[in-house]
Design a protein around this ligand. Structure first.
Ligand code: GLA
Length: 744
């Protein structure tokens, strides 16, 4: 049983083979955090982990204590996990331990995405109930420990069992106090077209972190953090991470206090939140997943990949291989006719593509970004036979058909806006900030969600549609809901997010066979919350292969490869004008859900042949690419390298991307990860990359090919030779893809 409670010491010990998490009920009934790390014996108690009393001057003992869900105004001067305003205006409560229960498996959270179990033996859940007697505020802290992962899923539920109204001014999902601050914090920040940039810096005294405050999790920062010991690498050492399953405004932060204790918190951003709990009311926070690894950052990523891929992604597509798609956006933008689309589709079939996705521009009078969002009826000038007619013709070619929608938006120039100007978010009497010439619908209003459910359902059910790309192309400004009274305007953003989730859950339930892909100007809502509904996402509008390597690498810290949409586009690249070889672009996109975003009718014969070859290769290995064990490998400043291997360690693919050709360089070794040291592997170079490397020296041999021991591959690695004259001739952007199969 992975959760134990010792009645004498009043310590809860959550543990599995990989880690332990110990919580204590302190003498005064508050809840303390005692330990989080490598597994400790469950058959002992740990009284010495309790805080050492310390009497300071202006900081009393509580400042030095470590809590699980700290409150405000009782002598702990760090930022709290929650705060309230009671009917008399006071903000002080004294939540004290009341009770606990342990149950097998895991419950869902009303209205919110959450990780789940399929059998009760997969996890156990602890609920600790705290009560503030004076106000009747009940706080239920929930911890699920999974038996197979070094991971805890946490969430908090508030219940008002008193008679008076309670205002929640902040209600975070997770707070944890760690005994020291010798950690580096990794954040994943950026902006449009440069999502998931990794920054890695030592913690310092005081407050540090990331947040969003514009209605979506955003591309500016992902709702996730990693902490590593200074000596921890990708392959070894202690690290932990937290990831919020939420798509709205969030904070994820650390505070190093005057005793060098590190408080880490994540949850809904309190800056843009308040929630009224009437008597009898309740509020659930989003879930936060806390993962642990002693085998470096790759080990931590594996915890999250496995958890998210098998216990968060859901529906029939969870375990299915994801289809190779052609998306029309960069190939046609708004300029298409049925004829043009059919020509693209015909060529796509020839290439081996499986789904043809019609992106923006098919509805209303949409010729550019200025009109028609909200009018989800086909533009008959472009598509005389509508979506149904187009889908019919495309599916008759043997392709599946997919469609782009942006349900949460409305253009000022649209029938929907004419009919319901009051549905667009804005503050009466004030101008609306313009972004991409569109307004946001107030998704917190049930009648709008109902309307959208009907409108989108009729589009989907009226045609042979197998895939939906759900976009969201602007952040929210002037937050205000006409449907909320003045004292509930603080609920706007969370209600918006609940509305989005409600529409997602209704549509995914109504159309279970459809593959949903989430998007928000690329990766502005690429989070674990949306992953609970849409099993894949469009990571970035930046399709430049060199930058994709960075963006995909950043996303790979938490998100499994089968949720990462990765498309090959044309050159010069539309975002950077960079020229890269097709093979390089494809090799970058293999590590995700491969797609193409170009006009296939414009390909040369040679390009078409290369794409065919790439698609055949990808289809053969896509289960490995999409569901395999992913590792980031150590390379050089001019090289990137990563790999996927099968769970049984019998096969693997290693990619080494040479970015910046330099003559006469020292060869270097890329050490591989996740192999069976006792096995022998047959190493070969994927033929097209081998061929591409032979432009000068036809006799060039693959140095690494042949039989290699797992021990040798792990401890010494593959030799990457940049000295070859051939490499200089090839120039920049050369990929080498090694195939490794265990010899019988
Ligand atoms: C966003 C998406 C793109 C494309 C356009 C269409 O930018 O990220 O992939 O769908 O919208 O307007």
């Amino acid at each position: 049983m992975p959760i134990k409670f010792d009645k004498n010491t009043r310590q809860f010990h959550l543990y599995n083979d990989d880690f332990s998490y110990i919580i204590a009920v302190y003498d005064n009934g508050s809840i303390g955090q005692l330990y989080f790390g490598e597994p400790l014996s469950p058959n002992k108690d740990y009284p010495f982990l309790a805080p050492i009393p310390f009497a300071g001057f202006s900081n009393n003992i509580r400042s030095a204590a470590r809590f699980e869900y700290p409150c405000y105004g009782r002598g702990d001067f760090r930022l709290p996990a929650f705060s309230v305003r009671l009917a008399d205006g006071a903000g002080v409560v004294e939540p004290r331990f009341e009770d606990y229960r342990v149950y097998p498996g895991k419950n869902t959270i009303p209205g919110l995405p959450s990780t789940y179990t399929e059998g009760t033996d997969e996890a156990e859940t602890l609920e600790i109930t705290l009560l503030d007697k004076l106000s009747g505020l009940k706080i239920i802290l929930s911890y699920t420990i999974f038996s197979a992962y070094a991971c805890i899923a946490r969430h908090t539920r508030f219940e008002n069992t008193g008679k008076e109204r309670i205002i929640l001014e902040s209600a975070l999902s997770l707070s944890i106090d760690l005994p020291d601050s010798a950690w580096n914090m990794l954040t994943f920040t950026g902006s449009w077209a440069r999502e998931f940039a990794v920054s890695d810096a030592p913690l310092r005294a005081g407050f540090q972190g990331v947040h969003s405050a514009f209605g979506v999790s955003g591309s500016i920062a992902n709702p996730s953090l990693i902490f590593r010991r200074p000596e921890t690498t990708e392959h070894r050492g202690e690290a932990f991470g937290l990831c919020l399953l939420y798509s709205g405004n969030f904070i994820a932060c650390a505070e190093v206090d005057c005793w060098d204790i590190t408080r880490i918190r994540t949850g809904i951003n309190p800056e843009t939140f308040s929630w009224i709990l009437e008597s009898g009311g309740s509020f659930d926070t989003p879930e936060a997943a806390l993962g642990w690894s002693k085998s470096g950052l790759n080990g931590l990523s594996r915890v999250f990949h496995r958890l998210f891929r098998t216990h968060l992604e859901s529906g029939v597509w969870r375990d299915r291989e994801r289809p190779v798609l052609l998306n029309t956006w960069e190939g046609a933008y708004f300029n298409f006719t049925e004829e043009k689309l059919l020509a693209m589709a015909r060529k796509a079939v020839d290439l081996g593509v499986e789904i043809f996705v019609l992106d923006d521009g098919w509805f209303g009078k949409r010729e550019d970004e200025t009109t028609s969002l909200g009018d989800w009826v086909p533009n008959r000038d472009k598509l005389p036979h509508g979506i149904a007619g187009l889908a019919e013709k495309i599916t008759a070619m043997g392709l599946k058909f997919g469609l782009w929608i942006e349900p949460e938006m409305v253009s000022e120039k649209s029938h929907l806006f004419e009919a319901h100007p009051d549905w667009a978010v804005g503050v009466p009497g004030r101008t609306r900030t313009e972004m991409r010439r569109q307004f946001v619908l107030d998704m917190g209003r049930a009648e709008i969600v109902d309307y959208l459910f009907e409108a989108i359902s009729s589009v989907i059910s009226g045609a042979k549609i197998s895939y939906i790309k759900w976009d969201m192309n602007r952040f929210i400004t002037e937050p205000f809901s006409l449907a909320l009274p003045p004292d509930r305007q603080g609920e706007f953003f969370h209600r918006y997010c609940l509305g989005v989730y409600s529409l997602y859950s209704r549509l995914t339930a109504a159309f279970p066979e459809i593959l949903f892909e989430s998007c928000a100007s690329g990766g502005a809502r690429f989070d674990a919350g949306i992953l609970g509904f849409a099993p894949q996402g469009w990571l970035s509008d930046n399709t430049d292969a060199v930058q994709r390597l960075e963006i995909q690498r950043g996303a790979s810290y938490f998100y499994p490869l089968n949720c990462i949409g990765a498309h090959v586009s044309t050159v010069p690249n539309h975002q950077t004008r960079r020229l890269t070889p097709l093979l390089f672009r494809a090799a970058a996109s293999f590590f995700g859900d491969l797609g193409f975003e170009l006009d296939p009718t414009k390909l040369s014969e040679e390009e078409a042949e290369t794409i065919k070859e790439c698609i055949v290769f990808y289809k053969k290995y896509r289960r490995l690419f999409q569901q395999g064990v992913f590792s980031r490998l150590d390379a050089t400043a001019d090289t990137a390298a990563w790999m996927v291997s099968s769970e049984d360690k019998k096969s693997a693919i290693v990619a080494v991307y040479k970015l910046n050709a330099k003559p006469n360089q020292k060869p270097f070794r890329v050490r591989l990860a996740g192999f069976d040291r006792a096995k022998v592997y047959h190493v070969s170079l994927w033929e097209p990359t081998h061929r591409a490397g032979l432009t000068f020296d036809e006799t060039d041999k693959c140095l690494n090919c042949g039989l290699r021991g797992g021990d040798e591959l792990t401890s010494c690695g593959l030799l990457i030779d940049n000295t070859s004259f051939a490499v200089s001739i090839i120039g920049d952007f050369y990929p080498e893809l090694f195939l490794l199969e265990a010899a019988e």
